[in-house]
Ligand binder design. Structure first.
Ligand SMILES: Cc1cc2nc3c(=O)[nH]c(=O)nc-3n(C[C@H](O)[C@H](O)[C@H](O)COP(=O)(O)O)c2cc1C
Length: 221
């Protein structure tokens, strides 16, 4: 796929087929993605790929904790308050998503069910987790973001493959440390569900809006 086509057509996928992604494909995606730039080539990222029984353990554990209403404790705390503009963007995106898939505002049960499906990797068998040493800071999180976007685009470049970056997968990080046998000083940034997505699923057809170009970009001569 041509690069500009990949940039403009990638979307998050949230309904996957129950079909494994061959290990060689994951390796190919990750080895190319690891060409991402980083501060002085520090390469702060570490990656855990979960499949099979490990995925089952993570899915069941996260789902169980969330369903019981266990308080979240992500390693990188979620913002409590967003500036007005970003709050409005998020509100609009959520509203459009639920309208698009036909879940009404009043249908709290269906909304909750959809949110819980995050913990099931949206039915994918595979998830990629990005984590790093706790003493690393903000700049290293930025580096990991570049790696993550590479992974999303590389997945999109493979026919039939899709991905969803998910903060939700990091809300109970002790589960992840247990699953991967990691010490406390390894901190989770993001999970990415990756798999063959259902092409006929409504939710996979969502194209999210972007703010007007001229509102964002200013040229200064
Ligand atoms: C850091 C980060 C965290 C995200 N967390 C979630 C998540 O937990 N669940 C989810 O369904 N989507 C999540 N997303 C996906 C965003 O909702 C999505 O990227 C955004 O709505 C734009 O849509 P698009 O990716 O289809 O262009 C996350 C994206 C990013 C970059």
């Amino acid at each position: 796929m041509e690069l500009f086509e990949a940039l403009t057509t990638r979307t998050s996928k949230r309904d996957f087929l129950d079909k494994p992604v061959p290990k060689e494909i994951i390796e190919k995606i990750l080895s190319a993605s690891l060409r991402a730039p980083s501060w002085a080539n520090s390469q702060p990222w570490e990656i855990a790929v979960s499949t099979g029984k490990t995925s089952e353990f993570i899915k069941n554990s996260l789902y169980g904790l969330a369903k019981n209403g266990t308080a979240i404790n992500p390693d990188y705390p979620f913002p409590n308050v967003w500036p007005e503009k970003q709050e409005a963007n998020m509100f609009e995106t959520g509203k459009h998503r639920f309208e698009y898939i036909g879940i009404g505002r009043e249908d709290a049960e269906k909304r909750k069910e959809f949110t819980l499906s995050n913990y099931n990797f949206f039915n994918s068998q595979t998830a990629i987790f990005i984590y790093m040493e706790e003493s690393l800071g903000l700049w290293s999180v930025l580096d990991c973001g570049m790696l993550i976007q590479n992974i999303l685009l590389a997945a999109h470049n493979n026919n039939g493959l899709g991905a969803c970056p998910q903060a939700y997968l990091t809300v109970y990080p002790d589960v992840l440390r247990q699953a991967f046998g990691l010490p406390k000083n390894k901190k989770f940034i993001l999970g990415i569900s990756i798999g063959y997505y259902k092409t006929d699923s409504k939710i996979n057809g969502i194209k999210t809006f972007r703010n007007d170009f001229d509102e964002i970009v200013k040229f200064y001569d």
